[in-house]
Each structure stands twice: as structure tokens, then as C-alpha cells.
Design a protein around this ligand. Structure first.
Ligand code: BGC
Length: 394
């Protein structure tokens, strides 16, 4: 049995573009409709969460969660340069208020992969000025919402933005240039600093940090040097930046085995998720420990962890194993403040469209009807108990 600390955050997450629907004014929507981008579906109405947020928040609270991580859609709040939408800010106030009315802590992400089209048109993350534009957005957002925010994540997985958008070409703007990945990373770091400063200067008192995509890189057959290189290219600068933050969000999905020649692919016999990578929950413990090693005393929150599968028993087993990892880290003295499952809803999985099922709750694509899966009830009851019983108790 694992007892979690008092006040442990038990959350589940979404991101605006993946659930709200109708976010036509951002770079991702444009990308979905660009021939050759590789996107398999347009996001379209997504889960209609923009209209249905009140029911969704009531549902997650009813299941037993005490935190909800969601993101603000910059393209709604600042649809044209300097044109601020009070109505959109009011909407996100209502989302925060709905959380608070249900004793759910609002964990607000300011940037989760999407940029307003106008920002993309003036250079997006290739333009150093975008750091200041993001800072101004954070200033406006916190002025409107700061008194209601529980935790704030400046940027979701900036290392994925740099890698997927500028080196792998799978996210907008679809560039394939490793040197751009490096220069964009510097601009994202600056944006995190400017955004974080704006959030701290505004109304409200809440922890501010970023969330980082971490992979459990495992060196085999002399792969140590290459693992060190991968970490330097995508993780280390962010872990070091997090030393100055109030917390670090760790987001881990799997491991990657790496030899001297590069990634060796999935190990034979290890089950694979709908995303094509190994179902390997132990990755979370390894990444939390590495985060603590490099980020020092900064508290950690698991701001995303989950599995895409049609088999809900497998989801439950994955989360149980991942929580056992969190428990082991806590026993070793790591300061882990919460666990947020990705995702509340089956939603728009970026270039992979609506195929992968990460959700605790299924969504009917024709009617938007929500149907919580057994894993949702199980994880919610565990959240209420604040403890994980041994397997036999299920
Ligand atoms: C992202 C989510 C995404 C999830 C599953 C994370 O990289 O923050 O937006 O849906 O992983 O792939």
C-alpha cells in the first residue's frame, strides 16, 4: 500500500486545441488543412469542450479528482496583435470558477503547442520577438485570471515544440533543420522566462513552472555518449532552467533504448501502445529521478502520464505501475506533489488525429456524449482515498 502525502494533486489533463473545437485561428488548424502535412484528421469540433466545460469539470470532480489541468488558447484571447478578447478571458474565468466550485485546483497552461496565426505569420518561434509577445499574453492572461489560478505551466513541452516543429517536421511550421531546433530552443527559453516573470508579477499567488517531455533513455551496447547527446539536445537546458522555477512538470510516456548507432527500436515481447512505442510505465520513475538529479530541490509534479489503448484494463495496469513508481520516488525522498493523467477525454492527438485513445472518458464523435471508462472510476476513487492499495484489492 502506498500512502500519498496530504494535499497530493490528483488530476487529469486536456489542452485547448485537442478538446475545445473550432480553434480555426491558430497555426495547428492551418497545418491540419495543409496538403502533405501528414495530419490524418482535422481537429474540427474536437470534443466541444469549449461549450461543455462545466459538465466536464463536474464529471471529473464527481469521479474524485482534485485538480484539472487545461490550457488557454492564445488565438482566442489575442486573435489579432494587441486585440484582446474580454469574452474569451471571461470564458477561462468561468472554467477556473467551475473548478473552484467543485474544490478542484485549476492548473493552467499558457501555451500548449498552438500559436495564433498572426504570430506564426510574423515568424512564430523562429522570431526572437515571439518571446516578448508570449510575455505580453501571459501578462494579460494573469491580469484576468490570476486570482483564480492554482498552478501555472508557462509552456507545455517546449522541447517537443522545437523537435517536432523544427527538426522532425511533424508539427507546424514543418521545418527539418537541426540548427533551427537549437535557435528556437533559445527563444522558447526566453519565452518561458518572460512568461514566468509576467505570471509572478500579476495578481494571485501560485507556483509557476514549465512541463517537460522526458524520455527514459536507456543506453545499451555503448550508447552512453549518444544518450548524453540526446539529453543535451532536448532535456538538460530545461531541467537547468527549472532550478529557478517553483516546480517542474514531468511528462513521460515511455523509454527509448539507444546504442552507439542510435535508437534500436522496441524490445521484442514488450507490448506496444497505439502510438507505436513500448507500454513501459517504469519510465516514469527513471525520469522523475533524473529530473530531481538535475533540477535540484525544485518540487516535481507529474503533469502528464498515460497510455493510448482501446483496452481499458491495460490502462489501469499501466497507471497502477506508474503510481508504484511515484510511490517509490516518494519513499526515496523525492518531492513529488501530484500525478495528472493524460487525458480526461479521448481527443485530438495532433498529427495522429482521433485514432489514439488516451482518455479516461470516451467521447462519441457524433454526439459528443461522454462515457467514463472503468479506469476513470478506479483512478478517481484512488484519488479520494489518497492511497494505492495492493493489486488484489481491485
Ligand atoms: C502532449 C499532449 C499529447 C500527449 C500524448 C504530450 O506530448 O503534451 O498534447 O496528447 O503527449 O501524445
Amino acid at each position: 500500500m502506498i500512502e500519498f502525502p496530504d494535499g497530493f494533486l490528483w488530476g487529469t489533463a486536456t489542452a485547448a486545441h485537442q478538446v475545445e473545437g473550432g480553434n480555426w485561428n491558430n497555426d495547428w488548424w492551418a497545418w491540419e488543412h495543409t496538403p502533405g502535412s501528414g495530419c490524418v484528421d482535422p481537429s474540427g469540433d474536437a470534443c466541444d469542450h469549449y461549450a461543455r466545460f462545466a459538465d466536464d469539470v463536474a464529471m471529473l470532480a464527481g469521479l474524485g479528482f482534485n485538480a484539472y489541468r487545461f490550457s488557454l488558447e492564445w488565438s482566442r484571447i489575442e486573435p489579432e496583435p494587441g486585440l484582446w478578447s474580454t469574452a474569451s478571458l471571461d470564458h477561462y474565468r468561468r472554467v477556473c470558477e467551475a473548478c473552484l466550485a467543485h474544490a478542484v485546483t485549476p492548473m493552467v497552461t499558457l501555451h500548449h503547442f498552438t500559436l495564433p496565426r498572426w504570430v506564426a505569420h510574423v515568424g512564430g518561434w523562429e522570431s526572437p520577438d515571439t518571446a516578448g509577445r508570449f510575455g505580453a499574453f501571459c501578462e494579460r492572461a494573469v491580469a484576468a485570471l490570476g486570482d483564480l489560478v492554482g498552478w501555472a505551466v508557462t509552456m507545455n513541452e517546449p522541447n517537443v515544440v522545437a523537435m517536432m516543429g523544427y527538426q522532425a517536421g511533424m508539427f507546424p511550421p514543418g521545418r527539418r533543420d537541426p540548427s533551427l531546433r537549437r535557435s528556437v530552443t533559445d527563444i522558447l527559453l526566453d519565452a518561458h522566462r518572460q512568461g514566468g516573470a509576467a505570471l509572478r508579477d500579476g495578481p494571485g499567488h501560485f507556483p509557476v513552472g514549465l512541463s517537460l517531455s522526458m524520455t527514459d533513455f536507456q543506453a545499451i551496447d555503448g550508447g552512453e555518449e549518444r544518450v548524453a547527446r540526446y539529453r543535451r539536445a532536448g532535456e538538460d537546458m530545461w531541467l537547468e532552467a527549472a532550478r529557478d522555477d517553483d516546480f517542474l512538470g514531468v511528462q513521460t510516456y515511455t523509454r527509448m533504448r539507444v546504442s552507439a548507432g542510435g535508437p534500436v527500436g522496441n524490445a521484442p515481447g514488450v507490448p506496444v501502445t497505439q502510438m507505436g512505442y513500448e507500454d513501459y510505465p517504469a519510465a516514469l520513475g527513471a525520469c522523475l529521478r533524473r529530473a530531481a538529479d538535475v533540477a535540484g530541490a525544485t518540487p516535481l509534479v507529474v503533469t502528464e502520464n498515460g497510455i493510448s489503448t482501446d483496452d481499458d484494463d491495460r490502462r489501469l495496469a499501466f497507471v497502477e505501475a506508474a503510481l508504484a513508481e511515484v510511490g517509490a520516488c516518494l519513499s526515496d525522498g523525492l518531492d513529488v506533489r501530484g500525478y495528472v493523467y493524460w487525458s480526461l477525454l479521448d481527443n485530438f492527438e495532433w498529427a495522429f488525429g482521433y485514432g489514439p485513445k488516451f482518455g479516461l472518458v470516451a467521447v462519441d464523435r457524433g454526439t459528443f456524449e461522454r462515457r467514463p471508462k472503468p479506469s476513470a472510476f478506479w483512478l478517481g476513487s484512488l484519488a479520494r482515498a489518497n492511497r494505492l492499495e495492493a493489486k488484489a484489492a481491485r
